[in-house]
Design a protein around this ligand. Structure first.
Ligand code: NAD
Ligand code: IPM
Ligand code: MN
Length: 361
């Protein structure tokens, strides 16, 4: 079958890691008899350079016309890149937020799984790691602080900046339903993370999540304050199955969770709307510090491509093939520098892509 994929290479390491995901998808096509038609879509810095804005109407239309979007990462070095001389609404990140909103991608799934082979790359002690962990962060992606009104003003010579954190019950309900649906296919535990001891938005969050939980009697629900959750992630990560949380908390907690899997270069993600459509991207950024060096870990992007096959294209066995290829290559001891350990074989970005593609059968 033919599928239409919008491809956003983006900035920094984006083009390097997307090239490897595409290499793996090309191999999937060859082995399973599919064709993927790719449409290059500009976002972030690349779009600013070409069109003066981080996202165009044309890019939104191209994304909407596709079966799914595969993305690298956007953004640059805030100190040196000219993109950050623009006003905030014209910078690369504004384009990413705008495309998430335009496509209504309210559900961001970020699986954090510790491969046995990467236990040595995990910074936690062996007794804390135990048998490892397998959790998924379900992050609300189109509300909260990211999308509330904001302004900076000066009064009587004093500067003030305001960002608004607001959620309505419908926004909370739909992401909670997503988290409970996912929990039903896993270990049936949802940890809803909030700051209900301080924030009204969190108190509403807790109330709505409890209402949704009534429809899922088999799922155990616990509430956890976000500061405690940040601590528990490094104290006992195995306690988590599904973490359900709002936009900003999910952003921060997922970077923390990524590190206990060995590296942020391992954390894939899917951003979904109410349909099967989604945008798939690694959880990490454009890593300007290593861009162009050929050393970035492409596995988060390759695993995001596997999520795309599974969720948006219903290609389960093809997704399985990518995931087992990743497993095999790690078992054989190949590592990019971010997950490198003594006795392992260090490879670059392209070599890692070749190895994964070579294992698709
Ligand atoms: P970052 O995730 O880009 O990098 C943080 C650290 O992790 C760096 O040391 C980097 O080298 C390393 N790293 C990240 N991905 C890696 C990979 N695949 N392999 C090996 N190492 C990797 O975060 P940052 O430095 O805070 O942000 C850089 C830029 O990326 C900023 O402009 C930011 O806004 C943007 N950003 C974009 C996205 C996105 O596109 N979804 C996500 C996060 C940050
Ligand atoms: C992410 C990124 C984005 C976010 C930035 C680049 C706007 O950090 O996808 O995690 O905060 O959502
Ligand atoms: Mn982030």
């Amino acid at each position: 079958m033919n599928y239409n994929i919008a491809l956003i290479s983006g900035d920094g390491i984006g083009p390097e890691i997307v090239a490897e995901a595409k290499k793996v998808l090309d191999k999937v096509c060859e082995v399973y008899g599919h064709t993927f038609s790719y449409k290059e879509v500009l976002l972030g810095g690349a779009s600013i350079d070409a069109h003066g804005v981080p996202l165009t109407e044309e890019a939104i239309a191209d994304a909407k016309a596709s079966d799914a979007v595969l993305m690298g990462s956007i953004g640059g070095d805030a100190k040196t890149s000219p993109w950050y001389k623009l006003e905030p609404s014209k910078r690369p990140e504004a384009g990413l937020l705008a495309i998430r909103k335009a496509l209504n991608l309210f559900a961001n799934l970020r699986p954090a799984y510790l491969y046995n082979e990467l236990k040595g790359a995990c910074p936690l002690k062996e007794e804390v790691i135990g048998d490892g962990f397998d959790m998924i962060i379900v992050r609300e992606l189109t509300g909260g602080l990211y999308f509330g009104d904001r302004k900076t003003y000066e009064e009587n010579g004093v500067q003030t900046a305001v960002d608004t954190l607001s959620y309505n019950e419908n926004e909370i309900r739909r992401i909670a339903v997503k988290a409970f649906d996912i929990a039903m296919k896993r270990k049936k535990k949802v940890t809803s993370v909030d700051k209900a001891n301080v924030l009204d938005s969190s108190r509403l969050w807790r109330k709505v999540v409890e209402e949704v939980a009534k429809d899922y009697p088999e799922v155990t629900l616990e509430h956890m304050l976000v500061d405690n959750c940040a601590m528990q992630l490094v104290h006992n990560p195995a306690q988590f199955d599904v973490i359900l949380t709002e936009n900003m908390f999910g952003d921060i907690l997922s970077d923390e969770a990524s590190m206990v899997t060995g590296s942020i270069g391992m954390l894939s993600s899917a951003s979904l709307n109410e349909t099967k459509f989604g945008l798939y991207e690694p959880s990490h950024g454009s890593a300007p510090d290593i861009a162009g060096k050929g050393i970035a870990n492409p596995l988060a992007t390759i695993l995001s491509a596997a999520m795309m096959l599974r969720f948006s294209l219903d290609l389960d066995k093809e997704a399985d093939a990518i995931e087992s290829a990743v497993q095999s290559v790690l078992t054989e001891g190949y590592r990019t520098v971010d997950i490198m350990q003594d006795g392992m074989k260090q490879v670059g970005t392209a070599e890692m892509g070749d190895l994964i593609a070579g294992h698709i059968a």
